[in-house]
Write a protein that binds this ligand. Structure first.
Ligand code: SF4
Length: 231
């Protein structure tokens, strides 16, 4: 009898069999995530190769596209990529030589250097989005409610990994100062973005937003409790 049988005779006297079963179920979930991750990486490698870009260079373009028109500093890019500044600088040098990115000075800080996309870089960055197009059909297999639940689950997992320092910090709604979770209870669009002053639902939760501003720890905690309390 396989472990996932619905047979109710599975021994649970000391709880160990039930725990093993729970562990095996979690492992299957993780195996599924790993499979999707592998496929995504393979497509990113293939897409990058076609365009003469390394995966890191492609990621830099994708991040700068998400943060357009503001751009990002080298340290911010390194943090978002989860790699060292030295590795980031190598990618930036190559992208600059290809004419895809440029160094600019923000109006509010004359001493800072910010990387932004050139026109050619903008075009190239849009191409990198197609590297994950193969996932669209599988996402479309989920109905709207399933997509909303999936997005919510992803937000929870990303936040948990962020808190443990396992992945780079995402500029996502859940930790944004403009996020007002469950501001419109009972509605299809229960949350509110105070930046654009508009309601939105779980399906529209952003994982990368150019208008993101990190919430103070107390607000972030309060928002999170409100957010998970209405799931
Ligand atoms: S500014 Fe962006 S990240 Fe912040 S709440 Fe609005 S949509 Fe979400």
């Amino acid at each position: 009898m396989p472990w996932f049988s619905h047979d109710r005779t599975i021994p649970t006297d000391d709880g160990s069999a039930a725990l093993d079963r729970e562990s095996a179920i979690r492992r299957q979930l993780i195996a599924g995530l790993v499979k999707i991750g592998l496929a995504t990486r393979q497509h990113a490698w293939a897409g990058g190769e076609q365009r003469g870009l390394t995966p890191t260079q492609g990621q830099v373009l994708a991040i700068l596209l998400q943060r357009a028109p503001h751009g990002a500093r080298v340290t911010e890019l390194a943090t978002a990529l989860g790699v060292s500044q030295a590795t980031t600088s190598v990618a930036l040098k190559a992208l600059t030589e290809k004419g895809l990115i440029q160094r600019t000075t923000p109006e509010d800080d004359g001493r800072a250097v910010v990387l932004t996309l050139t026109d050619a870089g903008l075009e190239e960055a849009r191409q990198t989005l197609s590297w994950t197009d193969f996932l669209i059909d599988s996402v479309d297999e989920l109905d709207e409610a399933e997509q909303a639940a999936f997005q919510r689950s992803i937000v929870k997992m990303i936040r948990a990994m962020q808190l443990k320092g396992q992945i780079p910090v995402s500029r996502m709604c859940a930790t944004c100062t403009w996020f007002r979770p469950n501001a419109h209870p009972g509605s299809d669009h229960p949350h509110h973005c105070a930046y654009v002053d508009a309601p939105f639902g779980d399906r529209q939760l952003r994982l990368e937003c150019s208008d993101f501003k990190a919430a103070a720890p107390e607000l972030a905690e309060r928002n999170w409790e409100e957010f998970v309390g209405v799931g």
